[in-house]
Design a protein around this ligand. Structure first.
Ligand code: SF4
Length: 519
């Protein structure tokens, strides 16, 4: 494997010069330095802060109504604008990094084949990982589902008499409902990632896989901290808030009985695993207490250390538009006098591996790039999906857990394909979203009204003459019908937006008049 040197300055190739840093209009500090993402997003609000919209209401196993929760998010204009801008900022930073690496597409293709190869031979690599990790002095456990994962961790903690656990961010533990379970058995869990801690204190799930509190204004954070850790409710300065949280959390970290991390990549040939963070919080969780437990989804395995180089080069660039995370920590075995456990978790992954149209979703490295680029996600907020995973990757993973409950999610997409274009491991996300729609129809999980509407639209779109006649009729009707006929319960599209005024001339008639005739 040969990888050329990187960096825009070395390459001399810039496909999109308008994205160069010297044209960058991001916020600047008083001494002219570009502010990073968090600081740039912390500009004072000019208007009175609005109430933070909450996520989807979950009613047992009833299908999540993503549109209803998204409507509440859209109705809070400061939140919607900030959310859209922050995530689009990340998308643009990702583009700048990508254009600095001429072999970017080669890297994506390589990453995709590494992950696909590993998934095809997953059983062999998992056994190799188990043998090597055990030889390194790590205790290995296998969990078939979320409940088993939680019981195993509980047992380990009980064996050590542990009553408090510090934990770095892990989507797998969110999948397992880990915090709620631990609360039910009387063990205190303290999140060490700042965004995740904000969400924990606000009793909310993460709204994004990389930036869990990205939907919150800093005034929301000030309100949460004022209620939970006693800060000044009128002070929303980010440095003040971050320092206050640090002072409040640090004693809890130092006194914790056990630490827990997730994992970004687990290397079969060495039995080691890697956790990437920007705050060093995984290192605190792993190194302060003597007991370290790592929860690892079985799809996190890669065969060799050299494969890590490919994936690490893609991960942070795709996620945050930075060349690498501040900390890329390798864990090989227990610290001196300590104990390390790994829980390898399936929780539906084996079944997904057997789904011909959806198995490649297991390639996901949880970078969040598909979420940052998705126009629906950016304007509806992650909590509107009412699921562990939101945005485009959520649309294809969540129904594998519960096709009934998440049956509305695959329809929260414009199918524009931008998600697939930015995915560093080349998952065909938009095609899988479409495939899920077909699958949900087969499973009778699509409402009669939606099916009938789609069938009618299909009939119409397959007959050009009928389609043009219908458009002409609709244009006349839209221009003349009273408002209550257009905006009623049957027109769900018009619930949140105005139907645009029909143009005087359609593109087709313009083309007939101006182009066809001249041939
Ligand atoms: S699907 Fe691709 S872009 Fe989306 S989070 Fe996963 S790896 Fe990133």
């Amino acid at each position: 494997m040969s990888i050329a040197s990187e960096g825009a300055g070395d390459t001399g190739v810039m496909l999109h010069p308008e994205l160069r840093a010297d044209r960058d209009e991001a916020p600047k500090s008083p001494n002219g330095q570009r502010l990073d993402h968090a600081e740039g997003a912390s500009k004072p609000l000019r208007v009175r802060p609005e109430k933070q919209p909450r996520g989807a209401k979950i009613h047992g196993n009833r299908p999540v109504n993503q549109a209803e929760a998204a409507a509440r998010f859209i109705a809070a204009p400061e939140h919607e604008k900030m959310h859209d801008e922050r995530l689009w900022d990340l998308r643009q930073k990702r583009d700048r990094e990508m254009h600095g690496i001429p072999e970017w597409e080669e890297l994506r293709a390589l990453a995709s084949s590494i992950k696909e190869h590993t998934l095809v031979h997953l059983d062999e690599y998992l056994e190799q990982f188990e043998a090597k990790a055990s030889a390194n002095g790590i205790h290995l456990h296998w969990a078939k589902d979320a409940a088993e994962h939680n019981h195993i961790v509980h047992r380990i903690l009980s064996d050590h008499g542990a009553k408090s656990l510090i934990k770095s961010k892990s989507m797998l533990t969110e999948e397992c409902g880990f915090r709620h379970y631990m609360a039910s058995v009387g063990i205190e869990v303290i999140e060490t990632d700042l965004g995740e801690r904000i969400q924990q204190l606000d009793n909310e799930d993460p709204s994004h896989v990389v930036v869990p509190a990205v939907h919150k204004l800093r005034t929301d954070v000030a309100e949460v901290f004022a209620k939970t850790i006693g800060t000044d409710p009128n002070n929303s300065d980010v440095h003040y808030l971050a320092e206050a949280q640090r002072q409040s959390n640090r004693p809890l970290i130092l006194a914790a009985d056990a630490g827990m991390t997730g994992c970004n990549f687990a290397v079969a040939e060495t039995g080691t695993f890697v956790v990437c963070t920007n705050e060093g919080n995984a290192d605190l969780s792993a190194n302060v207490p003597k007991l370290h437990i790592a929860s690892i989804g079985i799809e996190k395995i890669i065969p060799r250390l050299e494969h890590l180089a490919v994936l690490i080069r893609l991960l942070s660039r795709s996620a945050l538009g930075s060349p690498i995370t501040q900390y890329t920590s390798h864990f090989r075995g227990p610290r001196d006098g300590g104990e390390m456990h790994i829980v390898l978790v399936d929780n539906g992954r084996s079944s997904r591996l057997g789904m011909p149209e959806f198995w490649t979703s297991l390639k996901c490295i949880r970078c969040g790039a598909c979420m940052n680029t998705c126009p629906v996600y950016r304007r509806s907020g992650g909590l509107s999906y009412g699921a562990t995973y939101s945005g485009p990757i959520g649309l294809i993973i969540d129904p594998t857990f519960n096709a009934h409950k998440y049956s509305n999610l695959p329809f929260a997409s414009t199918l524009n394909g931008s998600c697939s274009n930015v995915c560093p491991v080349k998952i065909n996300i938009h095609e899988q979203i479409l495939a899920w729609r077909r699958e949900l129809v087969k499973l009778h999980e699509v409402s009669f009204v939606k099916k009938a509407a789609m069938k009618a639209a299909g009939e119409l779109l397959s007959r050009p003459a009928a389609y043009r006649a219908a458009i002409a009729t609709a244009d006349v009707a839209l221009a003349n019908l009273p408002r209550f006929v257009i905006y009623n319960g049957l027109n769900t599209w018009g619930t949140h937006r105005e139907v645009p005024h029909p143009p005087r001339q359609t593109f087709h008639s313009w083309h007939q008049a101006n182009r066809r005739a001249k041939k």
